[in-house]
Design a protein around this ligand. Sequence first.
Ligand code: NDP
Length: 520
Amino acid sequence: MLQTKTLETFANEKDTDFSQQGEVEALKEAIALFRNQLENDYPVIIGGKRFYTEDKITSINPGNTKEIIGHMSKTTQDMAEQAIQTATKTFETWKQVSAEERASYLFKAADLMRQRRHEFSAVLILEAGKNYSEADAEVSEAIDFMEFYGRSMLQLEEDRHYVKSVPTEENRLTYIPLGVGFIVPPWNFPLAICTGLTVSAVVTGNTTLVKPASVTPIIAYKFVELMEEAGLPDGVINFIPGDSSVMGDYLTGHPLTRFISFTGSKDVGLHINELAGKTAKGQKWIKRVNAEMGGKDGIVIDETADLDKAAQSIVSSAFSFQGQKCSAGSRAIIVESVYEELIEKVIQLTTELRVGNGEENYCMGPVIDERAYNTILNYIEIGKKEARLVLGGAPGNSEGYYIQPTIFIDAAPDSTIMQEEIFGPVLAIAKAKDWEEAIEIYNNTEYGLTGGFFSSNEERIQEAVQRMYCGNLYINRNVTGALVGVHPFGGFNLSGTDSKAGSYDYLKLFSQGKLHTIQK
Ligand code: NDP
């Protein structure tokens, strides 16, 4: 079976076609089944053993804040210590397991998730406030990560890595694992990113401590449970939900931590990077940090662009999943000759977006929690002072954390709403005198994650490819929706270490190259 699992034969998982008869009903049934499990208690898992603690995280439905999704036990610092000792011990055996066997757990888990995709979507809908297509696409992405990294590992193992052998010597470069990884995913892709960060580390032969984001711990638990079901040995993934204040710095600073795989905000990423740079007593290595952080992504539109297509892309990039994507196009920079015309189209399309519960498949759902809700509303107030509000600007239905899609125009390039990541349904639009100035405005941030350029002028497109400084640049299309193996993902500057998740090269971040030379 493994012979067919190559990078050449990899194909992205197909999303569910909800127009097909029975698919909506099947998803609704999965939601109803998951509802039977609401308010369950979930454990910490260390070395395959389950621990229930008194102190718990209460996970709630952001679309209906009265609904409790589950109670997740919180890891104490003593348990975090136990987890890192277990992961360290397990590493001694796991690193000896063949690449084929390691990859086979990923393929098995991918199969299981494929069979039960609606079950995972149901949790994403209720716990993270996603609608059908957002939840379903996230499940596809999680499956893709398992399939792609499994295949990448097989390839990595086989590659000769361009080392020359000479007549008197046989030389070989191989990639071996690092050790224990501290895995810290965000809440916005709480299944896909948790899966990607974890399985990339595991398939390369490392053991892990997985600390899910505190607002979405149940979906992360479901993933860990799936890996158990796929037969992954105990102690390879240790699941340690809980307070970052209790164990975040403790594990980042721990001498046994070999690497940290983080995806989240700029501030937390920089903090982790700084702390990991200090050598703890007894530490025998330089820790590696892969930190993928925030963005202030934007789309540049010139006067030769297809304005209808540009308007659609601006709206979907800014408002899909309520703008809570690191790739969200929260800025649009439009040349003045088409400024008014394009804004009108953008406003028109945005007024068609209906806000409501993901469970009822509204286009736009709630933002994740009260903190995000207040932060976004606060940015909207700042925006009202800095620019011209032309749409939205207020909360929605009070059953959940709903905010209307909001558009500001005439935003100055240096204004707060053009500079800071808001991570909500807020679009800032700026005017530029021409396409070159528009690119300058685009580049004028401390981030560099995704960017878009709309034009029909071939020369300008080539110039934009050279000049726009970001890890993922898209021409004449949306800036969101990166596909595993197709659009390797990661940003420049304070958007992170440009790890390029979803690429073959990614696995090398969790490995170290070892050369051996055999004299003949
Ligand atoms: P946060 O930075 O708030 O949290 C991310 C994770 O870090 C959570 O699991 C959090 O746990 C944990 N954490 C917080 N403090 C510490 C600490 N001191 N030590 C260790 N872990 C810690 O980000 P969000 O979850 O709010 O995610 C949104 C952010 O993620 C946005 O900025 C977005 O742009 C970015 N992102 C970037 C992506 C990329 O590929 N570049 C992709 C997706 C999101 P807890 O929840 O318990 O606080």
